[in-house]
Write a protein that binds this ligand. Sequence first.
Ligand code: CDP
Length: 236
Amino acid sequence: MAAVPSVPVIAIDGPSASGKGTVASRVAGLLGFHYLDSGALYRLTALAARRAGCLLPADDIAVEDALAGRLAQIAATLDVRFDGAAIWLAGEDVSLVLRDEQTSREASRVAALAPVRAALLQRQRDFRRAPGLVTDGRDMATVVFPDAVLKIFLTASADERARRRYKQLIENGLAASMEDLLRDIHARDQRDASRALAPLVQDHRASLLDTTCLTADAAVEEVLRRYRAQATSPCE
Ligand code: CDP
């Protein structure tokens, strides 16, 4: 089925580890909507590139055009399958490795490249299918789905986000250090907000949801409340 603009989209953007994924996927489940974790596509591109021997230069060195072109080609031809919470790349379940810190760092770097973003744009829009889509990322409201019926900018303090990421990694049996996580979160915030292309900014029509002191359940409830409110008075 082709993606159609009349299908409602709830776009949830926000910084690293703010809980967007948890909230967005639960809202999708409760509404019976499809779910797109757009960050996973950047993570998959970084992982597929590493596996293809297409390595990024050291952190402070710019990526050359030729390498950006190859990365875009990898992004355009990702052999990926989303199956509930599991993500498969070329027939392998990569759900866990996708979330490790190396892949997170590399995803943030490939996401700054124009050819990679262009290669993933239509792929993201193709997730818009009836009865609706809930999606999370950095530029869902600003670039990918500017006509979303509800736009949420979901955030939390950097300390709280580092704590959540730590808990998540430990629960998945992965090694983690709070100090390293906090440093990485600050670095990623800086990179995501300052990049020239699709930077992390709150869309002018997005409403802020600060979850520093909210449980995931409370955040989900609040998104649903705002969705119902816009459905009854869409011009507000
Ligand atoms: O969990 P976290 O928010 O750290 O990461 P994610 O949402 O899985 O995204 C991984 C990386 O992809 C981030 O560092 C972003 O720079 C990038 N990204 C993006 O540029 N645009 C999106 N729509 C989603 C993610």
